[in-house]
Ligand binder design. Structure first.
Ligand code: GDP
Length: 298
């Protein structure tokens, strides 16, 4: 329900247009495909992904000899689900514990908020959780994480502003081991404009995790802001260059008509979207489910 509500703007922008195209079409002809293409592109599905979807739909209609509009629409939904799911592992639940999540992303995308929500997500499922304030560049980020820690009853390991992020993560791993924590979530600085420093910093944190957290399952999550539309994809590519990203958290889907970007991200990056943010509240982060997403949209 929250997902449905969160996707209102995208529904107004994308779904209504798509619905209209299907409703006012009597034939699955070139005009129909052109209009569909346009509607998808306008909703930030992106050129490449739109082309892939429309080509697949044309092929499917031919193969299955579809001539009913409603059947074509169901097929469109199937294709979007297939494109989003691929053969990627979308599960946010780690296959084993203890696990350490490193969370990366540019300032302002909703990284700190998402870390707080992820901590709450796991805590409410019975895991023992800890957070590490690895964005030592901004004092506000440390304070903000502390507030989230209090809100969801999760301990935050921190040092002073300006401290070495790798040292914070080192401390956090020792504490996590001592306290038998299941899931440790580490914040990191989001200064992409200084790519060389960021790369160094992430590398150093990684070395600490490899060495001290040998027994931990490791996951790197990249947080992207869906309101930036296609730019989120460019940003993702920058981060994929410097970090071993294996999951994406897509925030602010509630505030945007560009929800089509979820489809594009899933298609164009070989990294699964694992969680989506649909509001500012503590429970407004959901495990991503392609079927549920498409059902909420159409
Ligand atoms: P950071 O700089 O990346 O750590 O970003 P913050 O976590 O401070 O978030 C920036 C702003 O985005 C805050 O006002 C958050 O409440 C807001 N925000 C984060 N995620 C979501 C979301 O899913 N939906 C909405 N509407 N706002 C969000």
């Amino acid at each position: 329900e929250k997902l449905k509500e969160g996707l209102t703007k995208t529904r107004d922008n994308l779904t209504q247009k798509v619905e209209a195209i299907f409703n006012f079409t009597s034939e699955l002809d070139d005009d129909f495909f052109e209009e569909l293409e346009e509607a998808l592109i306008v909703a930030d599905v992106g050129f490449n992904t739109t082309t892939a979807i429309v080509e697949k739909l044309k092929k499917r209609i031919k193969e299955k000899k579809i001539n009913q509009i409603q059947e074509a629409k169901d097929e469109l939904k199937n294709i979007i689900v297939e494109i989003m799911r691929g053969d990627k592992n979308i599960d946010i639940i780690p296959p084993k514990t203890p696990a350490v999540f490193m969370v990366v992303g540019v300032n302002g995308v909703g990284k700190t908020t998402s870390i707080g929500k992820i901590a709450n997500f796991f805590k409410s499922r019975g895991y023992k959780v800890m957070m590490a304030a690895g964005d030592t560049f901004r004092a506000a980020a440390i304070d903000q994480l502390e507030v989230w820690g209090q809100r969801c009853g999760v301990e935050v390991i921190k040092q002073k502003e300006g401290a070495d992020p790798a040292a914070v993560v080192f401390d956090a791993i020792q504490s996590a081991k001592a306290r038998k924590v299941d899931i440790l979530i580490c914040d990191t600085a989001g200064r992409l404009h200084n790519k060389k420093n960021l790369m160094e910093e992430l590398r150093k944190i990684n070395r600490v995790i490899e060495k001290e957290g040998r027994d931990f399952y490791k996951e790197t999550l990249l947080v992207l802001d869906s309101t930036t539309g296609q730019n989120a994809i460019h940003q993702a590519k920058e981060f994929i260059d410097v970090a071993d990203v294996n999951g994406i958290v897509l925030t602010k889907l509630d505030g945007t008509a560009k929800g089509g970007v979820v489809i594009a991200i899933n298609n164009e990056l070989n990294i699964p979207v694992k969680m989506i943010g649909v509001g500012e509240g503590i429970d407004d982060l959901q495990a991503f489910d392609p079927e549920m997403f498409v059902d909420a949209l159409f």
